[in-house]
Design a protein around this ligand. Structure first.
Ligand code: MN3
Length: 205
């Protein structure tokens, strides 16, 4: 058994005009598929059974694979985990409910301030990576990760950063539509963020 490209719960065109059809299609069918193919290749080479992808990326240090292949696996398994998560938190026309608004109010004063902080941090992030809202115990934090790293990686101290929101900051995620205008991509994101899913993730545990 190997990892497979997850089906989206919507059509590539469903997030228009904010996330365009062509980008969604290439991003899912080509980029994500490529991370999966590469992950499968390394696991096969090393006779490692595929476990649930988030478990795999949480335990990378424990896998017995040649050190020359570790970075490659980290990047590609991370890519699979990140994109699988990302697709699930996208949907048009949802609104944050009062529970979420109150939680964000506690941590960030209000929704608008949260969005502003998130956008600022994403804009100031240099290179390719991801921005996240994570929950550690009961504290919410905005963090960034480089390459295809995921907040679940390197949590040896058991204080796990649980991803609540994740946004792809690689140029492939927005360049066709927004070119160098990363700020417009960030603003567009709020229109396709699935607040129902975020509520569910926040209230889990
Ligand atoms: Mn991507």
């Amino acid at each position: 058994m190997t990892y497979k490209l997850p089906n989206l719960l919507y059509k590539y065109s469903d997030l228009e005009p904010f996330f365009d059809t062509k980008t969604m299609e290439i991003h899912h069918k080509k980029h994500h598929q490529n991370y999966i193919n590469n992950t499968n290749l390394i696991l096969k080479k090393n006779n490692i059974k595929d476990i649930e992808i988030n478990k795999l990326i949480s335990n990378l240090n424990k896998l017995s694979i040649p050190s020359s292949q570790k970075k490659f696996l980290r990047n590609n398994a991370g890519g699979h985990a990140n994109h699988s998560f990302f697709w699930k938190i996208l949907k048009k026309n949802t609104q944050p409910n009062n529970i979420i608004l109150n939680i964000l109010k506690n941590e960030f004063s209000n929704l608008e301030n949260f969005k502003k902080k998130f956008e600022e941090k994403a804009l100031n992030f240099f290179g390719s990576g991801w921005i996240w809202l994570v929950k550690k115990k009961n504290i919410l934090k905005i963090i960034t990760t480089i390459n295809q790293d995921n907040p679940l990686m390197d949590n040896d101290n058991k204080l796990i950063n649980i991803p609540i929101i994740g946004l792809d900051l690689w140029e492939h995620a927005y360049y066709l539509k927004y070119q160098n205008q990363k700020n417009l991509y960030l603003k567009a994101f709020w229109n396709v963020l699935n607040w129902d899913k975020i509520t569910q993730l926040l209230l889990n545990k």
